[in-house]
Design a protein. Structure first.
Ligand code: SF4
Length: 373
């Protein structure tokens, strides 16, 4: 048995390290690129969302390299996500790529016994003992949380650093070094090393950067290829970026759903009251938390049903409550120049608005957008 799995933010990198440590034969997915999308477009239904197409592309490439079993997490829900793996299986089977599937549904859907049975089937034919597997998974979780935390801090601090490109470079360096590192402890040491590097970067005295909240569909939020490197673009513009959805959020959310009774779940209390699928409710709830930010950038892939609903809700918030939200929809066309121009214009608008509110006439004049009368 040779397992594979599709890309899903840092999860693919961490999972391949866990499997390597346990000696499970696997093929890690290649990073998302045009070829993965091209394959996905070729074999998927035309109107389906882009994350699905990337996943089809990832799995086909892995199949061609020798993988025969797919490991995949799933969370049931009323959007396609509830039938996601089923649909992936049908599409790949019909195209001649027949895998065995091990789908990790949450225990509250399939029951704890079945959940454990599926975990065990992932290690079929290996000598891995349960305690060793549990230790490696725990280390993998630590690594995921640490990677997300470092990335989140770096993005938030980017606007306060004299040279924001160094913050962007730091994130890239960490990912590259972790990729090259053979073991999980070594990867955690890399994170500690770069934490120090981050706090040594020179800061702008009394900096007050534009603060952006980045929300939207989870896959697009986590996969650089699917969002055209939006976080890097905002950081390079000198913004302080807070991202809502990352792997840590997903793990906490999924674990909470699995074990906590409905009344005790923290998220999704505000905004849309009915279930709309995906994490659309969580997106709106995050916007309504009223964090101290200047503007919101909401991203989604074309073909995403839940985020289309949240888009309408957010438009209502813009009109009625004055929220400043930029909606970006990522489609199959390559080329980031259009997105960058819109982000630049949005950040310019937020800067100017701040100047107007602060009565900073000198800066307003500098923007060339207002006569100093
Ligand atoms: S949330 Fe959107 S992008 Fe994600 S699976 Fe559902 S429809 Fe596709």
């Amino acid at each position: 048995m040779t397992v594979t799995f599709p890309n899903f933010g840092p999860a693919a990198l961490v999972l391949s390290k866990v499997l390597r440590e346990l000696g499970v034969s696997h093929i890690a997915p290649r990073p998302n690129d045009e070829e993965a999308l091209r394959l996905g477009i070729r074999f998927s239904p035309e109107e389906i969302c882009i994350p699905f197409k990337y996943m089809v592309g990832n799995l086909i490439k892995a199949y061609e390299e020798g993988a025969d079993t797919v490991l995949m997490a799933a969370t049931s829900g009323p959007c396609r996500l509830g039938e996601y793996c089923e649909l992936l299986k049908v599409v790949l089977d019909r195209s001649g790529y027949e895998f065995n599937w091990i789908v990790f549904e949450t225990p509250n859907v399939i029951g704890m016994r079945e959940f454990i049975r599926r975990i065990k089937s992932g290690f079929a034919g290996t000598e891995v003992k349960a305690h060793r597997a549990a230790t490696s998974v725990a280390k993998g979780l630590f690594l995921t949380f640490a990677m997300d935390r470092l990335k989140g801090r770096t993005e938030a601090l980017a606007g306060y650093i004299t040279t924001p490109y160094k913050a962007v470079r730091l994130i890239n360096d960490v990912e590259r070094e972790i990729e090259d590192c053979p073991d999980l402890w070594g990867s955690l040491r890399i994170i500690s090393k770069y934490k120090k590097v981050l706090y040594e970067l020179k800061r702008v005295p009394k900096a007050d950067p534009i603060r952006i909240l980045l929300v939207g569909e989870i896959y697009t939020s986590m996969e650089r290829e699917a969002n055209g490197g939006i976080e890097e673009t905002l950081m390079m513009m000198g913004c302080s970026v807070t991202k809502h959805m990352d792997m840590t959020w997903w793990i906490r959310h999924t674990a909470g759903e699995a074990v906590l009774p409905k009344a005790l779940r923290r998220n999704d209390r505000k905004g849309i009251i009915c279930e709309i699928g995906g994490y659309g409710k969580a997106t709106v709830s995050e916007i309504l938390k009223g964090k101290k930010i200047d503007g919101i950038v909401k991203i989604m892939p074309s073909g995403c049903m839940p985020e289309i609903v949240t888009k309408s809700y957010c438009e209502m918030l813009q009109e009625e409550k004055g929220y400043r939200i930029l909606h970006l929809i990522y489609d199959e066309m390559s080329g980031n120049a259009g997105y960058e121009t819109r982000l630049e214009a949005f950040v310019d608008m937020l800067e100017r608005r701040r100047d107007v509110l602060a009565g900073n006439r000198h800066r307003i004049h500098k923007h060339g957008l207002c006569n100093d009368r």
